[in-house]
Design a protein around this ligand. Structure first.
Ligand SMILES: CCC/C=C/C=C/C(=O)SCCNC(=O)CCNC(=O)[C@H](O)C(C)(C)COP(=O)(O)OP(=O)(O)OC[C@H]1O[C@@H](n2cnc3c(N)ncnc32)[C@H](O)[C@@H]1OP(=O)(O)O
Length: 309
């Protein structure tokens, strides 16, 4: 793992810090974490990685660097055996203003190529690359909790729909803004939002009109599972939740994420078949015996020392 974590002091503190004390160490006043220029990456408590979108002066607008840094970051997290859960949030006034409207012209809208076929091929390649920025979150086997405050616009909705658990503050609002900039949203919202929100009609309304959806409606339609009064409370809640996940068997947790996503995209019969194949090896883990013994002894699962995965 090559991240230079800010919170080196935290490493030697006890595994299960109360979330509220850890949240103070999450603030990234000092800027992005090298080699990244748009992300601050830290380890606020053991086994939990915090990824913060960090261009607060530009409202965390997603510039060219961001689109590749997210891929690099989540590919590293996927391989990091010290990390068992992830929290994503935004620095400054809001979660994100979506795609950087200054950069879009120099990348997506200038694909290169000397005839229609080649230009089209290049546009397709660019769109696929942008899609990977959020698909990488879904492909990462570690569960990702996203914490949204203030605005979550355009690409922000693409991002959060690829996460496993969504939390927000009372002042949060969500906007599928793409039609307002002449685009059909093409990096995940149209594909994932209908699987997150039960009402197809509501998804269509949001995507076709670009109207803002506020936190109360986001909660009632199931886009977020919890609403917090302010950002501090939300970050404490996000850390606590991530800590709960990180304390359990990584074999069980990662297998659960992978199979939940598989079952979303397949029939019940196919997903049961996949599950049986998955668990024919994973059930052989020591974690099952360790967890079962802890349950018999009425111990908290977080007290069980699981090997790294
Ligand atoms: C293949 C590609 C697929 C991806 C598609 C994605 C599509 C989308 O994301 S569509 C959504 C695009 N975003 C927007 O339309 C939002 C535009 N911004 C705003 O409406 C406001 O800035 C906002 C409500 C977010 C914040 O308002 P506030 O008053 O708090 O701040 P401002 O003074 O407006 O902005 C502060 C500085 O940030 C810069 N900025 C804000 N948003 C963007 C952006 N999207 N792209 C680039 N820069 C942005 C703004 O210019 C200010 O900069 P400066 O003047 O240098 O201080």
């Amino acid at each position: 793992m090559t991240f230079i974590f800010r919170s080196t002091l935290m490493r030697n503190r006890s595994f299960w810090l109360p979330a509220i004390s850890a949240v103070r160490t999450m603030s990234s006043q000092t800027g992005p974490t090298p080699p990244f220029s748009t992300l601050s990456v830290s380890r606020p408590v053991n086994a939990v990685t915090h990824v913060e979108l960090h261009r607060p002066e530009k409202r965390n607008a997603m510039n060219r660097a961001f689109w590749s840094e997210m891929v690099e970051c989540f590919n590293q997290i996927a391989l990091d055996s010290e990390c068992r859960a992830v929290v994503v949030s935004g620095a400054g006034k809001m979660f994100t203003a979506g795609i950087d409207l200054m950069d879009i012209a120099s990348d997506v809208l200038q694909p290169g190529g000397d005839d229609t076929a080649r230009i089209s091929w290049n546009i397709r390649r660019i769109i696929s690359k942008y899609q990977e920025t959020f698909s990488v979150i879904e492909k990462c086997p570690k569960p990702v909790v996203v914490a949204v405050h203030g605005a979550c616009i355009g690409g922000g909705v693409d991002l959060i729909t690829a996460c496993d658990i969504r939390l927000c503050t009372q002042d949060a609002w969500f906007q599928v803004k793409e039609v307002d900039i002449g685009l059909a949203a093409d990096v995940g919202t149209l594909q994932r939002l209908p699987k997150v929100i039960g009402s197809r009609s509501l998804v269509n309304e949001l995507a076709l009109t670009a109207r803002k959806m506020y936190s109360d409606e986001a909660k009632s339609c199931g886009l977020v599972s919890r609403v917090f009064p302010d950002k501090d409370a939300m970050m404490a809640g996000a850390l606590e939740l991530a800590g709960e996940i990180a304390g359990r068997s990584p074999v069980a947790v990662q297998g659960t994420k992978i199979n939940l996503i598989y079952s979303r995209d397949h029939s019940v019969a196919e997903a049961l078949d996949y599950m049986a194949t998955w668990n024919m090896s994973m059930l052989q883990t020591d974690d099952v015996m360790k967890s079962a013994q802890a349950a018999m002894e009425k111990k908290n699962p977080k007290e069980v020392p699981f090997s790294k995965l």
